[in-house]
Design a protein around this ligand. Structure first.
Ligand SMILES: O=P(O)(O)O[C@H]1O[C@H](CO)[C@@H](O)[C@H]1O
Ligand SMILES: O=c1cc[nH]c(=O)[nH]1
Length: 294
């Protein structure tokens, strides 16, 4: 894992403010050095569910009475669980929140000398022109102008940061479907917006300065450009992981078809079941990769 920052080489210790961790902590290196996979989701509950499934589905040996422990217990910003070689962390909502946690996790992996690390964002999204419940594996993450890079103000100037996701890892994930699955796994571009409402062409926010025709025209333009879903963190992953030399994939279930509706009205049970779909795909992938490593 690489960092693009020479200043870090001279730093004696580092504090990860938002994770409630520090390189000075006892067992810091041993905790993270064997990590091979980091799975991110937005919410704390989904991260716990993912960790719990990994614990049961990867045949990790555990003492009787073992309970998952939150490594970030010194803060309430993020939660983090380690299950064998897999770390599960939540990233909150949006580019800002995910950028903060990715900066800190990449540094944790760098200081711990972790090698061959893969990262996955396991999420939810709005689908464009595909049935709700479909799992989309992001081929290219694009911004709200459908450009494949992240443009951010740094030192008073707009800087373009290139983005890229792992083609080979995506190909493997696309093959992780099972004939018994009642959902499809498809590749597609993902639009990463700065906002859930106007930024995703929604007519139901507290503010909306466009009409239905303009909304539909923009969604059609995105669809024609290959975009199949919209969410709020894929570009952070595709830029930060690419610059750190980490294989990254973004895999999200769609909760609605944005050509038809803006509101997410499926039942809570259905949402819960759909949220497990991208987890299922990633768990199958990690399981097969771990078998190959053995
Ligand atoms: O994958 P999750 O965490 O559900 O994230 C998606 O849902 C949130 C908006 O509801 C945004 O963060 C978007 O990217
Ligand atoms: O429409 C949606 C659904 C989930 N997450 C998003 O960002 N947008």
């Amino acid at each position: 894992v690489q960092v693009r920052n020479d200043f870090l080489r001279d730093q004696k210790a580092d504090t990860f403010h938002h994770l409630g961790l520090s390189t000075k902590m006892k067992h810091f290196n041993e905790t993270f050095s064997d990590l091979k996979y980091v799975c991110f989701s937005g919410s704390q509950g989904r991260v716990y569910n993912m960790a719990d499934r990994l614990l049961n589905e990867l045949n990790i040996s555990k003492p009787i009475g073992f309970q998952l422990a939150n490594i970030c217990k010194n803060t309430d910003r993020y939660v983090m669980y380690k299950v064998g070689p897999v770390l599960c962390v939540n990233h909150g909502i949006g580019i800002s929140s995910s950028s903060v946690v990715l900066n800190e996790i990449i540094k944790v992996l760098y200081y711990s000398n972790a090698t061959d690390v893969s990262m996955f964002r396991i999420g939810t999204s709005g689908g464009i022109g595909i049935s709700a419940g479909t799992v989309v594996i992001t081929s290219v993450a694009v911004d709200g102008l459908l450009r494949p890079f992240l443009e951010v103000p740094i030192l008073g100037e707009l800087v373009k940061i290139p983005s890229s996701l792992s083609v080979s890892q995506n190909e493997k994930l696309l093959k992780c479907g099972d004939p018994s699955d009642d959902f499809q796994i498809i590749p597609g571009k993902t639009m990463c917006s700065w906002d859930f409402y106007e930024g995703q062409a929604r007519l139901d926010g507290a503010r909306c300065e466009f009409n239905m025709e303009k909304k539909q025209a923009f969604l059609k333009k995105a669809y024609d450009d290959g975009v199949r879903n919209v969410e709020m963190e894929s570009l952070t992953f595709a830029t930060m992981c690419c610059q750190a030399g980490i294989s990254a994939s973004v895999i999200c279930v769609t909760l609605l078809n944005r050509f038809e509706t803006d509101q997410i009205t499926v039942s809570e049970d259905c949402l819960r079941e759909w949220a497990h779909r991208p987890m299922t795909v990633v768990i199958r992938h990690i399981r097969s990769q771990l078998c190959k490593r053995e």
